[in-house]
Design a protein around this ligand. Structure first.
Ligand code: GDP
Ligand code: IMO
Ligand code: MG
Length: 432
């Protein structure tokens, strides 16, 4: 089995900088694949434009590799596909000079996010605002719920109009009691849903494929695949800080399940870790900083959601949880991002264990019932005063920054193989 594939996963609560890392490796691969989540993701890539001015791409549902003209991209069965978002993104990149036709493929069994899903989510998020999850409101949870309830409509259903009508009828009948609460006749009408989907059907039909078959073939043709994770390990539906999670499997199991590929296919697993921690939305966050330092991290890290624009909560790096999330996904190397954001701090704290009921956990459970109450145990490290921003050579980092990286390696027992020192594609260190 090929070992030259590469998997890129977030090891925190998302927004670790996966987009930049995926982009960095996309020029060395033939295929980039998304296997979980949907348009809740926001993966940012910053490149130099023709005039040397920086230009930014934010990919939500599309695999980040799509901005590389030679790369074929696949959206697997584990993803949920919002047709509105899909074509907004495709039209946007097209208008920016990126030809995607013939390079993007979607699995027949990828579930579709429908207007009903978005409306239901809005309703449930507003029903008890104290307990709101603060989701991205992209219809992700309700779509996965309907998939589990076996009433969902998949991309493949768009290819056969009789089947599509049948699936729509079943969906609306079974959902009617819930849809009636929304007091919107359009949402309870099979005809309206058919009318909504029809224009997309034609365009999506051309992209439909059997992703498992195609990737198996690509592997036997010695093609190199990059598996692009979305969200972060702590947002995994089953293994994260439930219920403050997303609705897909964001850890390594999601790759096999979401693509129908066997263990072993993943190749090198790079775990992306921001040099500090952020979280968007509600839920436990033991190392959160609600003070001036937290505000400073938000400002210098430009920590505002790439999908919703919401301010991200900020805090110190929590290596106790990273030790666990790296283990869960069989991570073979770490990528530290946004090191430059820590430039100029006198002191940097790093959480190395959680204390709960007088017991120390260096491999802490992610159960939110505990996580909400734990006390983070910190190690204090000396900050650095000269800038790391834009540095591309490890040896040129200030000694304290090198010590920070070495401390991370020692604490979690994994090598840091790459460091990102700025949002631009070029600001990247490869540690040989
Ligand atoms: P993703 O969801 O994991 O792909 O991450 P996002 O794109 O949502 O958020 C990461 C943000 O940090 C984006 O605005 C990136 O352009 C930016 N970024 C990525 N790496 C670095 C870095 O090393 N330094 C700085 N300052 N910004 C970075
Ligand atoms: P990327 O791929 C950060 C969070 C939401 C919310 C929770 C549930 O850019 O790292 P959902 O809409 O998925 O039902 O919301 O998950 N969330 C993310 N946070 N980055 C993401 O993706 C996220 N995708 C979902 O903020 O707390
Ligand atoms: Mg993001």
């Amino acid at each position: 089995m090929s070992v030259s594939n590469i998997t890129i996963l977030g090891l925190q609560w998302g927004d670790e900088g996966k987009g930049k890392v995926v982009d960095r490796f996309s020029s060395n691969v033939d295929i980039v694949v998304r296997f979980c989540g949907g348009a809740n993701a926001g993966h940012t890539v910053v490149v130099d434009g023709p005039e040397k001015n920086e230009t930014q791409f934010i990919l939500h549902l599309l695999p980040t590799g799509i901005i590389h003209p030679e790369v074929r991209c696949f959206i697997g069965a584990g993803v949920v596909c919002d047709p509105v978002s899909l074509f907004e993104e495709l039209d946007d990149i097209k208008s920016r000079g990126i030809d995607w036709e013939g390079r993007l493929f979607i699995d027949y069994t990828t579930h579709l996010v429908l207007p009903q899903h978005k409306a239901c989510e809005k309703y449930s998020e507003n029903i008890n605002t104290k307990k709101a999850l603060a989701t991205t409101l992209r219809g992700i949870g309700p779509t996965y719920a309907d998939k589990a309830d076996r009433i969902g409509i998949t991309a493949g259903d768009l290819a056969d109009d009789d089947r599509l009508r049948d699936r729509i009828d079943n969906f609306i009948k079974k959902k009617k009691p819930f849809l009636s609460i929304l007091h919107d006749q359009n949402l309870s009408s099979p005809e309206k849903l058919h009318e909504f989907l029809k224009p997309y059907a034609y365009r999506i039909k051309a992209m439909l494929t059997d992703v498992t078959f195609e990737l198996r073939k690509a592997i036997s043709d010695n093609k190199r695949i990059l598996f692009e994770g979305a969200q972060g390990a702590l947002l995994d539906i089953g293994l994260g800080t439930y219920p403050y999670v997303t609705s897909s499997n964001t850890t390594i199991g999601g790759l096999f399940y979401g693509l129908g590929l066997p263990p072993g296919i993943q190749g090198e697993v790079l775990g992306v870790v921001k040099a500090y921690t952020t979280r968007v939305g509600n839920g436990p966050f033991p190392t959160e900083l609600k003070d001036a330092t937290g505000e400073r991290l938000r400002k210098s890290g430009d920590e505002f959601g790439a999908t919703t624009g919401r301010p991200r909560r900020t805090g110190w790096l929590d290596l106790a949880t990273v030790r666990r999330t790296a283990f869960m996904s069989g991570v073979t190397g770490i990528v530290i991002t946004k090191l430059d954001v820590l430039d100029g701090l006198d002191q940097i704290k790093v959480c190395i264990a959680h204390r709960y009921n007088n017991t120390l956990f260096d491999f802490p459970p992610l159960y939110s019932g505990f996580m909400e109450k734990v006390e983070p145990i910190y190690e204090k490290l000396k900050g650095w005063q000269s800038p790391t921003a834009g540095i591309t050579d490890f040896e040129k980092l200030p000694v304290e920054a090198k010590n920070y990286i070495k401390f991370i390696e020692k604490t979690i027992g994994l090598p840091v193989k790459y460091i990102s020192t700025g949002s631009n594609r070029k600001a990247f260190i490869e540690i040989s």
